[in-house]
Design a protein around this ligand. Structure first.
Ligand code: FA5
Length: 346
C-alpha cells in the first residue's frame, strides 16, 4: 500500500470510530449523517490534489454507506421493539423526556376489572366456563337469534351505535347466547350442562345519569340441561350474588319482558341509602339483572331441542354491583379518569 493510501485508510478508520461513538449518543440516529466528522471529510476531499481525489472519494463513499447501514440497523431495532399501546407515553421516548405522571410502580388495576375478575372467579368455582363477548357484532346475534324478528318493537329498548355498513356495537352480552349455546352443545350430548359466563363491555345510546352510562359492563349467565326450572335460576343467582357481596341479600324478583326469555324477570336488590333518590317503593330498589328461562326459539336457533332441554339466562350490569358494594353514588365516576376516585381502590 502506498504511503498516501495508508494515510487515507487510517484517517477514515479513525473517523469511523468517532462516528460510532457519536451515533451511540444520538436519540435521532439519522443526525449522524450530518455529523461534522463526515461533513469535514467531504470538505477535505475538495481541497485534495486531483490525482488523490478519486481514491479518497471512493473510501469516503464506502464510509458513508457503512454509516447509513448503522442508521438503518438502529431503526430496525426500534421497529422490532414491541409497543405497549396501553402505556401513557411512547415507549421509545428517551428516559429524560418521559412524563413522571404515572410511574408504573404506582399503577393498579381499574376497580371495574378487579370486581369483574372477582365475579369471574366465583362463577368459575361454580362450574361456569368463561367466554368473552365482542365489541362489534351483527344484526343476527343482536336481534334475530334472540327472537326479535325484524320490526319487533322491543328492538327499540336496545338503542345502540352502528357502523355505516350495518355492524352493531352490542347493547348487551346476550349477543353471545347463540354462540355459546352452539359452542357448548356437545356438553349436553355427553350428559353435562351448558354453563357459561360472558362478562364484557356493552354500549347504549342512553340519557346519562347517576345509574346510566353509554358504555358499561355486563355479565351474562347461560345454563342449559334437562329439567332446569325457575327454581334453579333463583338459587344460582342468589348463590352467585351472595358470594360476591359476602352477605345475605334482600332480593326481589318481578315479572318482566324480554323476547329471548319466557317467563322473564327483573331481579332487584335493596338500594343503600346513598343511592336513594327518594322514599317511594321504586326508589328503594336497584335493578341489577334481567333474567328468565331461555325462550324455545333461542334454543332452536342454536340447534338445541327445547322439548328435551330447558335453561335459564341472566344479564346484569357490573357497575351497578360495584356501586352497591362500595356505596358509589354516581356511575360516571368509573370512566371519568379521575385519579382521586381510582386511588381509593388501589
Ligand atoms: C338486558 O340487557 C338483557 N340482555 C338481560 C337479560 C339477559 C335478560 C339474559 C334475560 C336473559 P337490561 O336492558 O335490563 O337487560 O340490562 C341488564 C342490566 O344491565 C340492568 O339490569 C342494569 O344492571 C344494567 N344496565 C342496563 N342499562 C345500563 C346503563 N345504561 N348503565 C349501566 N348499567 C346498565
Amino acid at each position: 500500500m502506498s504511503e498516501k493510501k495508508q494515510e487515507t485508510s487510517e484517517l477514515l478508520t479513525k473517523a469511523a470510530e468517532t462516528l460510532k461513538r457519536e451515533l451511540a449518543k444520538l436519540d435521532d440516529k439519522r443526525a449522524i449523517l450530518r455529523s461534522p466528522t463526515l461533513t469535514g471529510l467531504c470538505s477535505q476531499l475538495r481541497t485534495l490534489p486531483q490525482e488523490e481525489r478519486a481514491a479518497f472519494g471512493k473510501a469516503l463513499n464506502d464510509l458513508k454507506s457503512e454509516v447509513a447501514g448503522w442508521v438503518d440497523a438502529s431503526q430496525d431495532d426500534v421497529k422490532l421493539q414491541p409497543i405497549d399501546v396501553t402505556a401513557p407515553f411512547d415507549v421509545n421516548t428517551p428516559a429524560n423526556h418521559k412524563p413522571s405522571l404515572l410511574p408504573a410502580r404506582d399503577g393498579s388495576k381499574h376497580p371495574l376489572m378487579v370486581e369483574l375478575e372477582y365475579m369471574i372467579d366465583i362463577a368459575y368455582r361454580m362450574g361456569f366456563a368463561i367466554e368473552e363477548s365482542r365489541l362489534i357484532d351483527d344484526d343476527y346475534h343482536m336481534f334475530e337469534s334472540l327472537n326479535f324478528p325484524e320490526g319487533h318493537p322491543a328492538r327499540d329498548d336496545y338503542d345502540t351505535f352502528m357502523t355505516t355498513d350495518g355492524l352493531i356495537a352490542p347493547a348487551h352480552t346476550s349477543t353471545m347466547q347463540n354462540r355459546v349455546l352452539k359452542k357448548y352443545a356437545g356438553n349436553l350430548e355427553s350428559g353435562n350442562p351448558i354453563a357459561v359466563l360472558v362478562p364484557d363491555r356493552v354500549f347504549r345510546n342512553e340519557d346519562l345519569d347517576v345509574t346510566h352510562e353509554h358504555t358499561f359492563y355486563q355479565f351474562e349467565g347461560v345454563y342449559v340441561d334437562k329439567g332446569i326450572t325457575v327454581g334453579n335460576l333463583i338459587a344460582t343467582l342468589q348463590a352467585l350474588l351472595s358470594s360476591y357481596f359476602g352477605q345475605a341479600l334482600k332480593a326481589k324478583i318481578q315479572p318482566f319482558y324480554f323476547p329471548f326469555t319466557e317467563p322473564s324477570f327483573e331481579f332487584a336488590i335493596e338500594r343503600p341509602e346513598s343511592l336513594r333518590k327518594g322514599d317511594t317503593e321504586a326508589d328503594m330498589w336497584l335493578e341489577l339483572l334481567g333474567c328468565g328461562m331461555i325462550h324455545p326459539n333461542v334454543l332452536k336457533a342454536a340447534g338445541i331441542d327445547p322439548a328435551v332441554y330447558t335453561g335459564f339466562a341472566w344479564g346484569g350490569g357490573i357497575e351497578r354491583l360495584v356501586m352497591m358494594k362500595y356505596g358509589i353514588e354516581d356511575i360516571r365516576h368509573f370512566e371519568s379518569g379521575k385519579l382521586d376516585f381510582m386511588r381509593q381502590f388501589s
